[in-house]
Design a protein around this ligand. Structure first.
Ligand code: NAP
Length: 233
């Protein structure tokens, strides 16, 4: 099986444990051909990307999406999800993340460390997905098509103000609150068997997890970190 425990900004989340209890409708069977490492890496970030782009953003074939934070677990998988939904992708990020986003199929790359975002990002977008939670809807608004959507992963005072202002605008402003859902995990499982590869920055033994968390907080991790609880990876 694979999946994740209930996740949200207001509840304690996650666990590093040999065994846990989860609701059956929130997890899914891991396809035999998919490694435990890839299944672990894809779950939270992949479902967040699906629910942000497909469900909140209504992203579909032929549409254009801008995705930030592509070095991050969510941002990089969002590029993969957007390509599978048939969209054209502008990836915004830095360093190695940009190359990985290109490998995932992103058509336009924007290095946020060398140009102003969103000011210098070319194009009009049907969806702006901001897993980096670094840019407000108010600044993206001129670049979003009418009836388009902006989706962020972190609630903030700025988001609350933008949400209110968007009531008088033609674009949707959303905060994703990811929910474990078997069907979404099954979709990810299928994509993994069809060739989706989740970039794993490193695998860490449970005993060294504090060091990895410190690295994650400092920045510079690309993709996902997988914690090896049973010493089997
Ligand atoms: N609400 C939910 O349901 C939900 C679900 C999952 C995750 N989340 C949240 O979503 C966020 C992203 O998750 P993640 O796992 O992808 O995190 P992550 O691996 O830490 O990635 C965040 C990425 O944001 C970019 N970034 C960092 N600082 C930045 C800055 N100052 N300006 C612009 N970009 C910056 C970096 O990529 P580049 O260098 O390439 O730009 C970084 O890799 C986290 O805050 C997480 O807690 C929320």
């Amino acid at each position: 099986m694979f999946g994740f425990l209930p996740y949200g900004p207001f509840n304690k989340q996650g666990a590093f444990a040999e065994a846990l209890i989860a609701r059956a409708d929130r997890i899914a069977e891991k396809p035999a051909a998919v490694s435990h490492q890839q299944a672990a890496a894809v779950a939270t970030a992949g479902v967040t990307a699906i629910q942000s782009l497909r469900d909140l953003g209504a992203l579909g074939k032929g549409q254009h999406v801008a995705i930030t934070g592509v070095s991050g677990g969510v941002g990089l998988l969002a590029v993969a999800v957007a390509k599978r939904l048939g969209a054209t992708v502008t990836a915004i990020g830095s360093g190695r993340g940009l190359q990985l986003a290109k490998d995932m199929g992103a058509e336009q790359l924007v290095d946020r460390t060398s140009v102003a975002v969103p000011g210098s990002v070319n194009g009009k977008f049907d969806v702006v997905f901001d897993p980096a939670a670094a840019y407000r809807w108010a600044t993206w608004k001129p670049s979003i098509n009418p009836k388009g959507h902006y989706v962020t992963t972190l609630p903030s005072m700025g988001f609350a103000v933008d949400k209110l202002a968007s009531l008088f605008a033609s674009t949707g402003v959303h905060f994703v609150n990811v929910k474990g859902r078997s069907a979404d995990l099954q979709l990810l499982g299928r994509w993994l068997t069809e060739g989706l590869h989740v970039h794993v920055d490193h695998v860490v033994d449970i005993r060294d997890v504090a060091r990895s968390i410190a690295r994650l907080q400092k920045g510079g991790v690309v993709g996902r970190i997988v914690v090896d609880v049973l010493g089997k990876f």
